[in-house]
Every structure is written in structure tokens, then in C-alpha cells.
Design a protein around this ligand. Structure first.
Ligand code: NSP
Length: 221
């Protein structure tokens, strides 16, 4: 990052309590300390497969906004890299579901998931600008990166069966990708009007709240 303050880092600090609840949720802590209930993990797996199905059009809508609104060519390359990886991600979910005996066809989304997916859909309209959408995209990916990387850092007791899942979002390449998304969001926010900056911050907070609800849904009966 350059010497100037990063707006997204400022928001991470300002909303620290919420940020911690999203990235250090009891569900994640239970994976890290090895006490996770595998039925919760299976619930998360099925629900997240549905979520990723909705995340695909969201990411492509960010890509389209970047093509239309960004003067920096590399933004599109970074976002397209993320979009292209989702095909592999959906295959990973199918493979993982068959390993765990989760029937992906028979899954009904829970309320928290439906509401998060509706939130994602709201970004696909043309009136949401690139700055706001790029902020949401960075925040969504970063919560997973910070959560799952914590499960494979230091003195963890993550069950062997879950290491692949944690590595999927916790690996350093994914971390680097999230940093690139953060740089995109920061650059856009620094140039945006006060109204857009306010909207982007609200969206950041909304992502954190949706992520917390998503973890709650996964870990509760
Ligand atoms: C709920 C949720 N948030 C984030 C991600 C990471 N793309 C995900 N797969 N699911």
C-alpha cells in the first residue's frame, strides 16, 4: 500500500468488533481448536454451495462494472481471475459434498442465506457503481480469507478432514488476491464522492453482518 491511509483498513479498525465477529466466529474457532461438529460443517458446505451459485453472477457484474467504469486495465484481469476460479470452486463443492454424503440437489437455503443472496443480487443492477460493488467484493472474499487462514496458522488443531477446505481460502495466493481487491477498492474509494464513500462503508458493514449470520446459520441446529 502507499503511504496514504487505506480507507478499507480504516473501516476494518473502525468496525473492529463486527470485523472480529465475522472473521473469528465460534464456528471458525471450533474448526481451529478441533471441536467442530461435523454436521455443522456439512450444513455450511451445502448452504455455501447455494451461495456460490449466486456469487457467480455477482462477480461477473463487478467485472462488467470494472470494464465500464475503471480506467485501470489490471482491475479487469484481477476480477476476471476471481470469476474464472469459481468454476473450479463449484466443482470443489460437488466433490466435497460427495465425500461428506451431502446431497446438493436436496438443499433448501436457510433465511440467512436467502437474505445474503438477495443482497448479492442487489449489486447486479446498473445503478450500483463500481466503487461500492468492488468494496463488497473485497469484503466478502476477505472475511473467508481471514477466517480460514486462521484455522491453518500457528498452533491449530484443525481436523485433517477440514484442512483442504481451510487451505482453499486460507492459502497465501488467495491472500494476495484479496490484497489486490483491497487496492482496487481503496483506489476507487479515494476518488469517490462523499455519498459513494458513505455507501461503500455501509456495504462493508452489511457484508460483515451477513457473514456473521451465515456462520450462525451454519453452526446452529
Ligand atoms: C458466505 C460466503 N462468503 C464468502 C465466500 C467466499 N467467496 C463464500 N464462499 N461464502
Amino acid at each position: 500500500m502507499d503511504n496514504e491511509q487505506s480507507p478499507t483498513a480504516t473501516w476494518q479498525a473502525k468496525h473492529r468488533e463486527l470485523y472480529e465477529r465475522a472473521t473469528r466466529h465460534p464456528f471458525i474457532l471450533s474448526i481451529r481448536d478441533g471441536t467442530v461438529d461435523f454436521s455443522s460443517f456439512k450444513r455450511w458446505l451445502g448452504q455455501d454451495y447455494i451461495f456460490v451459485g449466486e456469487f457467480v453472477p455477482f462477480v461477473f457484474s463487478v467485472l462488467l462494472k470494472s470494464w465500464k467504469e475503471s480506467e485501470i486495465k489490471s482491475d479487469m484481469e484481477i476480477i476476471f481471475g476471481g470469476a474464472a476460479a469459481l468454476s473450479d470452486e463449484l466443482s470443489w463443492f460437488k466433490n466435497e459434498a460427495s465425500k461428506w454424503g451431502v446431497d446438493l440437489c436436496g438443499i433448501t437455503p436457510f433465511t440467512a442465506n436467502t437474505e445474503y443472496c438477495r443482497f448479492l443480487q442487489s449489486f447486479t443492477t446498473l445503478d450500483i457503481n463500481y466503487t461500492v460493488a468492488a468494496t463488497a467484493f473485497w469484503a466478502i472474499e476477505t472475511v473467508y480469507q481471514e477466517s480460514f487462514s486462521f484455522c491453518i496458522e500457528g498452533d491449530h488443531k484443525t481436523p485433517t478432514e477440514l484442512l483442504g477446505t481451510c487451505q482453499r481460502w486460507g492459502n497465501s495466493d488467495f491472500g494476495q488476491y484479496c490484497k489486490s481487491l483491497q487496492q482496487i477498492a481503496d483506489r476507487c474509494i479515494k476518488k469517490a464522492t462523499a455519498d459513494v464513500v458513505r455507501e461503500a462503508e455501509e456495504v462493508f458493514v452489511s457484508v460483515l453482518k451477513h457473514e456473521i449470520e451465515f456462520w450462525n446459520m451454519s453452526s446452529s441446529e
